[in-house]
Design a protein around this ligand. Structure first.
Ligand code: NAP
Length: 249
């Protein structure tokens, strides 16, 4: 196969799972990371392998540095040098006003969405950088339109955790441009996945999607198409970009 090894954090469901399927079809060997959904991750690996690509599921909580090191080591050992990271794992918590949020909730949101994404990006750079013996690569961070809209009365903590992802994207792209590494982000809008149920509003994407310029929620596949384009040589001169995939929201 053509492209090398891609790690997709949170690849067991939603946008990550759709990205795993499309990346495999585009010639990537795919390491599907997950936190709890073992069966779902194994099912995505089977779909990856059905395309002729190699697949691997690795359990790792991206909020734990030791788990991240295990994830990157296992992917490289089993599939070969990692040349793409899709920093996708993310969580929200039930909608509430900011003043009501517990310290534990805020810490967990930042641990998974921000700290985890930063450490995964660091590991990717350590392994991809040409000055460190790597062969270059691509990092695609999954941010959110929340980073720009702020999610008042719902998830200001989550929005702030994603604002950091946009800043990471811009700064790291500038830092590692001469290392053969491109760093970009997508900002999904209202996408129909399970994440909204975790936030206490399973119908949120459809309910609010009708009021967006395109009049509907987006699909995980529509976000994955942009991610896989950013992973590909077709976007060879794109770095430091944050692309809205939001139907104009
Ligand atoms: P989802 O359907 O809830 O899937 C989340 C994925 O992340 C699952 O594979 C989950 O694994 C994994 N995950 C959660 N915590 C993890 C951890 N600590 N370590 C490793 N993996 C973990 O969510 P989604 O909607 O596809 O969201 C994917 C990304 O898009 C997130 O970063 C989210 O913030 C962003 N996003 C989504 C939307 C939207 O409307 N859906 C909009 C903007 C941005 P398990 O299955 O094992 O729990």
């Amino acid at each position: 196969m053509g492209n090398g090894t891609a790690i997709i954090t949170g690849g067991s469901r939603g946008i990550g799972a759709a990205t795993a399927r499309l990346a495999a079809a585009a010639g990537w060997d795919v390491c599907v990371n997950y936190a709890r959904s073992d069966k779902a991750a194994q099912a995505i690996v089977a779909e990856v392998e059905a395309t002729g690509a190699r697949g691997l599921a690795v359990q790792a909580d991206v909020a734990e540095e030791a788990d991240i090191l295990h994830l990157f080591d296992t992917a490289a050992e089993q599939l070969g040098p990692v040349t793409a990271l899709v920093n996708n794992a993310g969580v929200i918590a039930p909608q509430m006003r900011f003043a009501e949020m517990s310290a534990e909730r805020i810490a967990r949101i930042l641990a998974v969405n921000t700290y985890g994404a930063l450490l995964c990006a660091r590991e990717a750079v350590r392994r991809m950088a040409k000055s460190r013996g790597g062969q270059g690569g691509v990092i695609v961070n999954v941010s959110s339109m929340a980073a720009r809209l702020g999610s008042p009365n719902e998830y200001v903590d989550y929005a702030a955790s994603k604002g950091a992802i946009d800043t990471l994207t811009v700064g790291l792209a500038k830092e590692v441009g001469n290392e053969g590494i491109r760093v970009n982000a997508v900002r999904p809008g209202l996408i129909d996945t399970d994440i909204h149920a975790d936030g206490g509003a399973p119908d949120r994407a459809h309910r609010l999607g009708v009021s967006t310029p395109m009049g509907r929620a987006g699909t995980a596949e529509e976000v994955a198409e942009t991610i896989v384009w950013l992973m590909s040589e077709k976007s060879a001169y794109v770095t430091g970009a944050c692309i809205d995939v939001s139907g104009g929201r």
